[in-house]
Write a protein that binds this ligand. Structure first.
Ligand code: AHR
Length: 495
């Protein structure tokens, strides 16, 4: 039996809603087809944005969306994506399949997407191939009122009111596709570029410096050390990228659907490395920022497999199974537990790319198991982390069960719990110390490790009620007992 103890009186930081963010790049069928089909499409849309996907994202209470990249960001010149669509420059998307990008989705379309979804925009600027002036003018174009030339241009293009830009990234992966820079050089460039990301509106823009690219082999603490040492006062957030790649190398990443038990456990073990990274990079940040003012922004994370056979290798399209649901559940529990430092996280990517929450095929849409985990976990958005502990068996060298818990402003306590084992159900005993509470809802997502939702069969992998949750109050604590099925992600709420 696994024993979880939740301490409702020991409250941590608020889990910022942004921890449940997404990332959408001009890559494959993420923006085009996945989010944007154009006003003339037979697929139902509002201002070119497909209604089914927007609805699905609204249902997740998606808090923030990062755009336009990724590697694409450091080749993106925003002026090519505004004004009459016919006149927009056609460019080659050199990073992703060499396809022609017609720039029909630009700043106005992205802001309209955020408006429809009800999320905050996180814009990633171009340091690698863009100028300081270009970046400065983009911020002015988006956020300045009055009648400056940039504000006039925005109004002439159909949006008189300035937008609010909540988050702005100063470059992406500038150690790689964003310019192959050394950390010392990038730190200086960050200091310079961010100086011109001015505040025009009521709220200052939250400025995010490019952080470390990491892997199991190279956690790359040096990048964080150099950035913190040289540029900490100028940043609000520092990013971190980590992808879970089950195979031995980038040439053999493994199939999204055709994998065995051993590969399942290796995937979860690699996914759990995010905890080491968050704690390791957090420790470096603590040296320079003990008050934890600066957020660790995990703005790219998730699984990365070989593309689906027969699809464009540059489009990074992969299926999404219960294994991905476990990766999502484990990662989000880690972010919750470190919410004092992790201020935002953005899964890569929203639609049709890598560990997507939604897949589309023409007019059809499928919600992935990962989507359902985000749906289950959305109760944590804006809730306060509760201290909790767990003792459990191990499976293939991993803890068989993993969890986090939070309390909402209304006093509802929710715990999200993953059973990693493929063979054993996990009988659970959860002690909520010092409170008398009753279960109000219990849901579980479970299935074969290879189960996924296809376009024909609909959502066969979807949360179901978790039966048999019992609560006993012994005059001091409440003890919950229930059983988690193998390979499952559950949410139990009590009040
Ligand atoms: O998400 C796909 C790519 O992964 C991004 O463009 C890049 O930032 C990272 O290497």
């Amino acid at each position: 039996m696994a024993q979880q103890v939740i301490f409702p009186a020991e409250r941590g930081a608020v889990i910022r809603p942004e921890v449940y963010g997404n990332f959408s790049e001009h890559l494959g069928r993420c923006i085009y087809e996945g989010l944007y089909v154009g006003e003339d499409s037979p697929i139902p849309n509002v201002n070119g944005l497909r209604t089914d996907v927007v609805e699905a994202l609204r249902n997740l209470s998606l808090p923030v969306l990062r755009w336009p990249g990724g590697c694409f960001a450091d080749e993106y010149h925003w002026k090519e994506g505004i004004g009459p669509k016919k006149g927009r420059k056609r460019i080659v998307n050199t990073n992703w399949g060499g396809v022609v990008e017609d720039n029909s989705f630009g700043t106005h379309e992205f802001m309209e997407l955020c408006r429809q979804v009800g999320c905050k925009p996180y814009i990633n600027g171009n340091v690698g191939s863009g100028t300081v002036q270009e970046m400065a003018e983009w911020i002015e174009y988006m956020t300045a009122g009055g009648d400056s030339t940039m504000a006039q241009m925005r109004a002439a293009n159909g949006h008189a009111e300035p937008w609010q830009v909540d988050y702005f990234g100063v470059g992406n992966e500038n150690w790689g596709c964003g310019g192959n820079m050394r950390p010392e050089y990038y730190a200086d460039l960050f200091r310079r570029y961010q100086s011109y990301v001015k505040r025009y509106g009521e709220k200052p823009v939250y400025k995010i410096a490019c952080g470390a690219g990491t892997s199991l082999e190279n956690p790359n603490y040096e990048w964080t050390e150099v950035l913190m040492k040289n540029a900490a006062p100028y940043m609000d957030g520092l990013s971190l990228h980590y992808y879970t790649v089950p195979g031995p190398d980038w040439q053999h990443k493994g199939s999204a659907t055709d994998f065995d038990r051993q590969e399942y456990y290796v995937t979860l073990q690699k996914a759990l490395f995010i905890q080491t990274l968050v704690e390791g990079h957090g420790a470096v940040m603590d040296k320079y920022d003990p008050e934890k003012r600066i957020g660790l922004i995990v703005d790219e994370w998730g699984t990365w497999y070989d593309v689906e056979p027969g699809t464009n290798p540059g489009f990074l399209y992969q299926q999404n199974t219960m294994r991905d649901a476990l990766v999502a559940g484990l990662s989000l529990n880690v972010f919750n537990k470190h919410c004092d430092r992790v201020h935002m996280a953005n899964i890569a990517q929203t639609v049709n790319v890598l560990q997507a929450v939604v897949l589309t095929d023409g007019a059809k849409m499928a919600l992935t198991p990962t989507y359902h985990v985000f749906d289950l976990y959305k109760v944590h958005q804006g809730a306060r982390l509760l201290a909790s502990s767990l003792t459990c068996d191990r499976v293939e060298g991993l803890p068989a069960v993993q969890e986090s818990a939070s309390i909402s402003a209304q006093g509802a306590i929710s715990t999200t719990v993953c059973n990693l084992s493929l063979d054993s159900a996990a009988p659970m005993r959860t002690v909520l110390t010092g409170v008398n509470v009753r279960p109000t809802q219990a849901l579980v997502l479970t299935g074969d490790m290879r189960a996924y939702n296809d376009f024909e069969a609909g959502s066969s992998v979807a949360p179901q009620p978790l039966a048999g949750v019992e609560a006993v109050y012994d005059g001091r604590d409440t003890v919950l007992t229930y059983t988690l099925p193998p390979c499952s992600v559950a949410r139990i709420t009590v009040q």
